[in-house]
Design a protein around this ligand. Sequence first.
Ligand code: ADP
Length: 418
Amino acid sequence: MLFQKKSYDYKELAKKWVIITPQASPSNEFYKKSLNFIVEALKASGGCLLLKDFEKETFSVKCCLDGRHFSFQNENCLNLIQWFKKNKRALSRQQILEDPKHFPIKIQWLNFFLQFHAEVCAPLWYQEDLIGFVVLSLRRNGRPYTEACLEVLDWLSSQISPFLQNSLLHEKIRTQKAELEAMGDLKSQIIANLSHELRTPLTSILGFAELLSEEIDGSLNEEQKRHLSQVIEGGGRLLKTLSALVDMAKLEAGQYPLNISQFHLLPLVEGLTEGIPFNGATVLHVALDNQTPFVYGDLQLVRQIFVNLLDNAAKYTHQGSVEISASKKGEMLEICIADTGIGIAEEKLTDIFQGFYQVNGGLTREFQGTGVGLNLAKKLVEIHGGRLWVRSKPGLGSHFYFTLPLKPVVIKHRELAA
Ligand code: ADP
């Protein structure tokens, strides 16, 4: 019978293992349960589980049933690892002592066994990868490990290996996620600090430049006026960018308190279109009226969403039209800012929302900008419980859509969830 091998009831062991596997999660508890299962099956007095460290050819002790925590030097057992890689089976201390083939490197191997108070050691394989070892101490009944014991140990190791590999992968993903989050937090913190430090002196540079341009400290000739207006224009642009960076960092850090009210979009749009640099050849059409429903949101932040999208529509439309329209879609108002500008290639339609991305980036770029406007607008829409997306065709123009809530409940849910 396939499952009935010598003195071990493989079928019974398989049943016991099935009970443990649902608990297979990347936890020390699971490592302990797996090791305990093997120790009990072979009636060993103790044991250790060593697993591979990711991206390194080293192994560390994951769990030790007798409570000792070993740190273990890989270099001391490279030969042994080679032997396991070649032979793919368990090895006992007795075999090392008795088999003349092992004599040349006996001392090194015995040292490894000594470190772990080990009588036997079995490799753990996942496909062609050596992912670890199980080592077992003396048997509780004092008897030696027989061939049958080594066979069942190899069989048990092959059963638990895929689960251990899975646990290792989970652990790796968890560590990488934590590292990425830490890096993201650090990036946001650096951007916030740096932008804040730059914004303060920039504000006073702009203040003094405006004071000079008002000729309070004396009159200016035409050339001086032209230079000053360039300083003010460039400074203003820089200030806008820095503010966007600070906002982005705050949003990423989840530090953006919302000041929610109900308002109509028409006065908001009318109030800001003057500041949008449309060139003379582009016509703006606002298709909002009294029928357009009121929305809920943070007025300043919604204004920022419009500014970012309209700035882009103006910038990327040499001539033609830009239209703002809105229609009710369930519990949301869907707003569309449509331009007849240069459009965006299909393969770039997701990238443009990533932040610091420009379709025509690089030193030779035609359009000024930092590539943060859309990313910020998207985040601002999302903290209102809405969505921002685009449809575009190169040469024909772009339609940017976003939704805002018609009921405060959408935003409240988000705040509660945060
Ligand atoms: P930028 O400061 O570069 O405008 P954004 O984040 O606002 O940064 O936009 C990212 C990129 O998306 C832009 O560099 C541009 O290539 C593209 N883009 C955004 N809006 C439009 C638009 N209305 N028409 C064409 N391309 C656009």
